[in-house]
Design a protein around this ligand. Structure first.
Ligand code: APR
Ligand code: ZN
Length: 245
């Protein structure tokens, strides 16, 4: 099976990847929907949408500062490095991620599309001001914009918000060109991310799913591997490297 997948990756014309929280799980970042997922302990309705932020910005900011602290303090894992290696070898053309951590970049991936934004970004609720941070803001007090004085917010896409149109457009262009897509570490239930692999399929492309659990994508994936992303991605990259050396 692996040789077949390795050959497919090497012969692919435009390989893309779609990753989710499961790829960062092996770095110690909790997923959202698994058994110990974040949404089991916290409610997205109270924390990850514009209404929650309007109602209690300090509570939402304290939760995001906690998540930023966690994410900034962990290291990329084998899965992140394997994706970066595939890009370095010119095999992976683009990595589309739902994750708001920067572990793909810290592992060396360059062509990364963050569908749901990034915890590294803080932006103003009123003006265009948006900037990268190294540390989470100390909350309280609530962080305010040094350009216009308005409240700042995490640079992530909340439930009920539209994805930035240019970001979604870029991701759609990539999957329209893809003949193979690796879908790793996502429960494939959140739209529009979950529809991206279907576009590859509709265009006659191949879906390779990597997830210890089944997902709604499993039934239509050409290959669905019940395995952790770190292990699987490493077992794919080594032979690709050998074949290309
Ligand atoms: N390797 C691969 N997959 C894993 C691993 C692992 N080591 N550990 C867990 N998984 C799988 C789980 O089986 C699950 O299917 O990762 C998936 C994580 O699913 P979610 O927690 O739903 O995360 P994700 O799919 O990224 O969520 C999508 O929902 O909450 C919003 O905006 C948030 O971007 C997020 C979006
Ligand atoms: Zn401002």
């Amino acid at each position: 099976m692996e040789e077949k997948l390795v050959k497919m990756l090497i012969e692919s014309k435009h390989l893309v990847a779609l990753t989710g929280a499961g790829v960062s799980a092996e770095s110690g970042i909790p997923t959202f929907r698994g058994k110990d997922g974040l949404w089991n302990k916290y409610s997205p309705e109270e924390l990850a949408n514009p209404q929650a932020f309007a109602k209690d910005p300090e509570k939402v900011w304290r939760w995001y500062a906690w998540r930023m602290e966690k994410v900034f303090g962990v290291e990329p894992n084998k899965a992140h490095y394997a994706f970066a290696e595939l890009e370095r070898m010119g095999i992976l053309k683009c990595l589309i991620t739902q994750n708001v951590d920067d572990l793909h970049e810290r592992a060396g991936s360059r062509n990364v599309i963050h569908l749901h934004g990034s915890l590294r970004v803080v932006k103003c609720t009123s003006c265009e001001n948006s900037f990268e941070v190294q540390e989470p803001p100390k909350v309280p007090p609530l962080p305010t914009c040094d350009k216009c004085g308005s409240l700042l917010r995490p640079g992530v896409v909340w439930f009920g918000e539209m994805l930035p149109p240019d970001v979604l457009e870029r991701a759609m262009r990539e999957v329209e060109k893809a003949d193979v897509i690796i879908v790793a570490g996502t429960s494939a239930v959140v739209q529009p991310a979950a529809s991206l692999p279907l576009i590859v399929k509709r265009n006659g492309g191949v879906i390779i799913e990597i997830n210890p659990d089944e997902t709604p994508l499993t039934a239509i994936a050409d290959y669905s591997l019940r395995i952790k992303a770190g292990e699987m991605m490493e077992s794919l990259v080594e032979p690709v490297k050998k074949a290309l050396s």
